[in-house]
Design a protein around this ligand. Structure first.
Ligand SMILES: [Zn+2]
Ligand SMILES: [Zn+2]
Length: 446
């Protein structure tokens, strides 16, 4: 009996390290999923607008601390003094080695949720203009937070497989393009170390769960917000010959802008000019003094961006001159600097390295090279304007494969990100987010 006991003891001593050694990003993701699902649903039901991420940030700080990070809260310096700083930084140290930045975003959108999910958001919040708006995690930043916490927990348990420092960045205000800049302005790299690599991820509303989608080179666009005020001389709607109509002029300018895209731009350089908002006038029979427009302008290359913004200004003023608007009433075109998100560039060498590791751990068929998009994400800030910090921003699928087939068959488009009907399938999406991010970090710090 005694011999049997001793042999069992010896056997368990021999097996225990083996069990530990068997821990993988996959096994850890599976073990953490039930608890992360609870966290996900909690965040989904309590979304917070950009610059108001108080509750989410507190939850992330608590979780990062529990995962073994040294946590600093309230990081961030905004230009807009109305925004409070809810950036959370968690530093996980494990001896000498590279510094790797892992980023999630945390904010939600002013959208009224229509998913019908039992944990759908019913929350209303006051926006910047003091108006009450419905709030929803319509971009999946709640999925990102859950996967980010799962990644921190996993890497905390895999310390025998990596060396160096991981800087976990829970970034606020991605949707308004200012959060990353606010963190950097508050000394992110001076206070917590300049990373050798930066990693970010985003769920994808047209990619099946279990798949990683990745683009080499530019993956998302420069996003510029442009404000235009077209001025005229208002008056009676029945006497157009006595006034200068800014509404007709605005219509002409909008069409002329599209010729920048079709006639002035190299077709091999992707660009988008969208007028998302136009407001002018109060009544049928009054021609107003001005029309205000808001544009989003998307490009990849810095020189194309500069030229396009100059073209928008030139064409607006040229059209006004042609309409006989006096020079002192020329359109006012402004590009608010604090609303710019620069294009995200996936370092080609780093991308190849991570694709190889993902193919090995997930299977070739589960890693897709996807097209870049004209969407934007201020993750680009972390690699600095000259891309001197190699960065990769990858996508992970959020849609049930059967749903993709069903929609395709019906000739329908799946709900996009920012749609009130966007409902990622939580478990497999969060799971892959953890595995994708954890295995990428391990590759860079092994
Ligand atoms: Zn978004
Ligand atoms: Zn997003």
């Amino acid at each position: 009996m005694k011999i049997r006991l001793i042999s069992i003891l010896l056997l368990s001593m021999w097996i225990a390290p083996l069990i530990l050694a068997q821990q993988t990003p996959q096994s850890l993701a599976d073990a953490e999923l039930p608890s992360l699902l609870g966290i996900y649903k909690d965040i989904h039901s309590h979304p917070e607008l950009s610059g108001q991420e108080e509750r989410t940030a507190a939850l992330v700080a608590k979780e990062l601390r529990a995962a073994g990070c040294q946590v600093t809260e309230h990081v961030g310096k905004y230009e807009n003094s109305k925004l409070k700083a809810y950036g959370v930084i968690g530093v996980m140290k494990n001896g000498d080695g590279p510094t790797v930045l892992v980023r999630t975003d945390m904010d939600a959108l002013p959208v009224q949720e229509e998913t019908g999910l039992p944990y759908a958001s019913k929350d209303v919040a006051e926006n910047d203009e003091g108006k009450d708006v419905h709030v929803m995690h319509a971009c999946g930043h709640d999925v990102h937070v859950a996967a980010f916490i799962g990644t921190a927990r996993s890497l905390g348990k895999l310390k025998d497989q990596w060396h160096g420092t991981i800087v976990f960045v829970a970034q606020p205000a991605e949707e308004i393009g200012t959060g990353a800049r606010a963190l950097l302005k508050d000394g992110l790299y001076d206070r917590f170390g300049k990373p050798n690599f930066a990693l970010g991820f985003h769920d994808k509303a047209d990619l099946q769960t279990g798949h990683i989608g990745i683009t080499e080179g530019y993956t998302s666009a420069n996003v510029d917000s442009v404000d235009v005020t077209v001025r005229g001389v208002g008056g009676h709607g029945g006497y157009p010959h006595k006034i200068k109509d800014p509404i007709v002029l605005a219509a002409e300018i909008i069409n002329a802008w599209q010729t920048i895209v079709s006639r002035e731009n190299n077709p091999l350089d992707p660009v988008v000019i969208t007028v998302g908002s136009i407001h002018g006038g109060t009544k049928h029979n009054i021609i107003p003094d001005e029309v205000k427009m808001q544009l989003t302008v998307r490009t990849y290359k810095p020189n194309v961006r500069e030229r396009l913004l100059a073209d928008i200004d030139r064409i607006a003023k040229g059209c006004a001159a042609a309409a006989g608007i006096p020079a002192e009433l020329a359109p006012i075109v402004s590009v608010p600097k604090d609303l710019v998100a620069l294009a995200t560039y996936n370092n080609p060498e780093l991308t190849k390295r991570l694709v190889a590791i993902w193919k090995k751990s997930l299977g070739d068929e589960n890693v897709e090279i996807v097209d870049p998009t004209m969407g934007g994400d201020d993750f680009s800030e972390y690699s600095l304007p000259d891309h001197s910090i190699p960065a990769v921003y990858f996508h992970f699928g959020a849609v049930d494969p059967a749903k993709i087939v069903e929609f395709k068959r019906a000739g329908k488009e799946l709900p996009t990100l920012h749609s009130s009907k966007f409902a990622p399938v939580p478990e497999p999406t969060i799971r892959l987010g953890i595995i994708g991010m954890t295995s990428a970090v391990l590759e860079l710090m092994k």
